[in-house]
Design a protein around this ligand. Structure first.
Ligand code: GCU
Length: 666
């Protein structure tokens, strides 16, 4: 027994498919049998089919594509595409690389695992081309083993400032490759202490070993970089990107790093953000900083992923002009076109910070001459700490489907980050990940659906939230139709339910400061972080219109006019853009205050219903899973009740307006 769950690569026994002739022989073409990834693919196929169906398939190797040099760019999608089709005595997986074969194998294993009819599933051949070139996980793991915003134990990469490589590391690679992840950043974006030494001899051997393991599954290793390395580990007195000494230091450093870790794909950088060092200190721009590193990294075919989470975190709450929501745009838009071609800007989905509901960052659709990558968060920092169930795939679908109007066609966020809109050289999607060394990896077993689902969606943006949820349940919990239905019905509405009992109408925040779990309506109201709801006895919301901070106008038309006008702005975002009286009528016909009361009572009730549904599964899912989720639901219910009562009482006391339905408010 392993001391962790094998989730969707556990390959328990399956009933359907045992007599399917097609699963007896596989014709693999695209890379030869000596290819490292192909070897892993074949091992996976054999292990999986043996365990699930007691089949030992024959393997026939066909044509072999030229192995192209490792690259992070758009041609990745060509090389990772695969086709699975049926032949008389077996099936064929055709690809152009080992990675393509590996993804094809995982496609077949997934079908078997979900007990699909193989003949039907592949009847007309199935070709899948990854929607995004880079499909990345960002770990916020610290080298002391702690995880920033981690809710499922400690890091499985580090103990006491040492890198750990064991069976779990390999299974992790298998697990994420199986859902289509092809890049991983293994250390926190806040690079401090020991992590600053990752690019020194102290860690090269382990990193090189780790990089090789990942490479065997088509995954590129990335590191978060301390922008001020020249000072912190290099002994220089500057990190000025235009300083010759600084540039020379990085040249030597990168030569060493890429020689010792040949599989390294590049670096992720959080600069000038929340106290981290950056080029602003030297009066330089973000582009100056990113380009300096990128120019040096280019020689090694590597990329610099530069985060756009740059804002003033020492704001004065009395100041109504400075708007944190504007910061990303104001800091990065003016240099659109200046970033060199191996720089990617990594942009959080919203302009604030992973709230349960935010508008899309106006950088997405604003930037037209810059490589872009979307950053989402599956670590449930603001969405319930993996205590509350909150299936985030529906939110990600909304984000990807958002029309930015940045061009006549292909203008959604999905189009931009796939590289299609601007034919960008590098692009993709990253998630701040939700894993830790808990037995089940993600704390709440159901939070595994976000890890699984993020990968699946990043690989194939057309999949629906429901299909993904169903696959997750079938692959990891049960094939029983009623059980599958019940769990899918718990997952699908969970994000909107969480939204209902927490912060209304796009206002966000109202969370306990620092931890970000639980309700504290004024927790951030008089703080320095730029996160205000501005509620008084008459109304609530932030005026981000042309009469306020002007943020609404940062969008392309018609989005700008829609957001700028309270009568056109969608209800779910209206308090993000407008300060409105409690008596303002929403499109729904309700007043703002009645909406607050109704959604909070409903959200709490719906959370109770989810918990009831879960209870009905006793004896139908494994005891371990049942107990894990039940215990989380207990905590979710007390959290939901707190939110409901605190928010309702707060706004009743502020506004003095009673609930139309006369329910108990304190
Ligand atoms: C949030 C989060 C931090 C994190 C930061 C980031 O502010 O609370 O823990 O470091 O985002 O994305 O860099």
């Amino acid at each position: 027994m392993k001391n962790y769950a094998e989730l969707w690569i556990g390959y328990g026994e399956r009933q359907t498919g045992r007599d399917c002739i097609n699963l007896r022989k596989f014709y693999l073409s695209g890379a030869g049998e000596s290819d490292k990834i192909v070897k892993n693919a074949v091992r996976e196929l054999k292990t999986g089919l043996k365990a699930m169906l007691d089949i030992d398939p024959g393997i026939v190797f066909g044509s072999c594509a030229e192995t192209a040099p490792v690259n992070n760019g758009r041609d990745i999608q060509d090389r990772e595409e695969y086709t699975v089709s049926l032949c008389d005595d077996g099936m064929a997986i055709d690809a152009k690389s080992g990675a393509g074969i590996l993804y094809g194998v995982f496609d077949v294993l997934r079908s078997v695992s979900c007990e699909k009819d193989i003949k039907e599933a592949y009847a007309s051949g199935k070709t899948v081309r990854p929607s995004n070139p880079l499909r990345m996980l960002n770990h916020w793991d610290n080298m002391d083993g702690s995880i920033e915003r981690g809710y499922s134990g400690e890091s499985f990469f580090y103990v006491n400032d040492e890198i750990v490589i064991d069976e779990r590391t390999v299974d992790y690679a298998r697990m994420i490759a199986s859902v289509g992840i092809n890049a991983v950043v293994i250390n926190n974006v806040n690079v401090k202490q020991a992590a600053s030494y990752m690019i020194t001899d102290r860690y090269f051997d382990k990193l090189s070993e780790l990089g090789e393991i990942f490479a065997g599954y088509g995954i590129r290793l990335f590191l978060s970089l301390n922008y001020a390395s020249t000072i912190e580990i290099g002994g220089l007195d500057s990190a000025d990107p235009l300083d010759e000494k600084v540039i020379a230091w990085w040249k030597t450093k990168m030569a060493e790093v890429f020689e010792r870790i040949p599989t390294l794909g590049g670096f992720l950088v959080k600069a000038d953000s929340e106290g981290r060092p950056g080029p602003f200190t030297y009066g330089r721009t973000q582009a100056d900083g990113a380009n300096m590193l990128a120019d040096i990294a280019k020689e090694y075919n590597a990329i610099i992923i530069w985060r756009c989470f740059v804002y003033n975190c020492k704001q004065d709450w009395r100041d109504r002009k400075t708007d944190r929501a504007r910061a990303g745009y104001d800091n990065f838009m003016p240099m659109d076109g200046d970033y060199h071609d191996n720089v990617i800007l990594q942009i959080k989905n919203g302009p604030m910070d992973f709230q349960i509901r935010e508008p899309i960052s106006p950088l997405l659709g604003g930037l037209k001459k810059t490589n872009q990558m979307l950053e989402v968060q599956i670590a449930q920092e603001y969405t319930g700490h993996q205590i509350d169930v909150c299936y985030l795939i529906p939110e990600f679908k909304e984000i990807l489907g958002f029309k930015t109007y940045c061009s006549d066609d292909k203008d959604t966020v999905a189009d931009i980050i796939s590289g299609d809109t601007f034919e960008s050289r590098y692009s993709g999607i990253a998630a701040v990940t939700n894993t830790g060394n808990d037995f089940n990896w993600t704390g709440n077993y159901l939070a595994g659906a976000n890890l699984f689902g993020f990968g699946r969606l990043a690989f194939d943006t057309d999949l629906s939230s429901e299909e993904i949820a169903e696959e997750f349940v079938r692959m990891t919990i049960s094939q029983d139709e009623a059980v599958v239905r019940t769990i899918v019905d718990i997952l699908l509405p969970s994000r909107e339910i969480y939204e209902r009992y927490t912060s209304p109408l796009g206002i966000g925040w109202m969370v306990t400061p620092a931890t970000h779990y639980g309700c504290s309506v004024d927790g951030y109201e008089y703080d320095r972080w730029g996160t205000y709801h501005r509620a008084d006895h008459l109304g609530i919301g932030v005026d981000r219109t042309d009469k306020g901070t002007g943020y609404a106008l940062l969008y392309n038309e018609p989005n700008a006019s829609v957001y700028n006008d309270p009568d056109k702005c969608p209800d779910e975002l209206v308090l993000f853009f407008h300060h409105l009286p409690y008596t303002h009528k929403l499109h729904s016909g309700k007043t703002v205050i009645q909406h607050i009361y109704d959604t909070h009572f409903e959200g709490y009730e719906e959370a109770q219903q989810l918990a009831e549904k879960w209870k009905s599964l006793k004896g139908k899912v494994s005891d371990e899973i049942f107990e894990n989720v039940s215990e989380r639901f207990e905590r979710q219910l007390s959290n939901a009740r707190e939110w409901c009562d605190q928010v309702n009482s707060y706004f009743f006391r502020k506004s003095g307006i009673p609930d139309e339905k006369g329910r108990q408010i304190y």
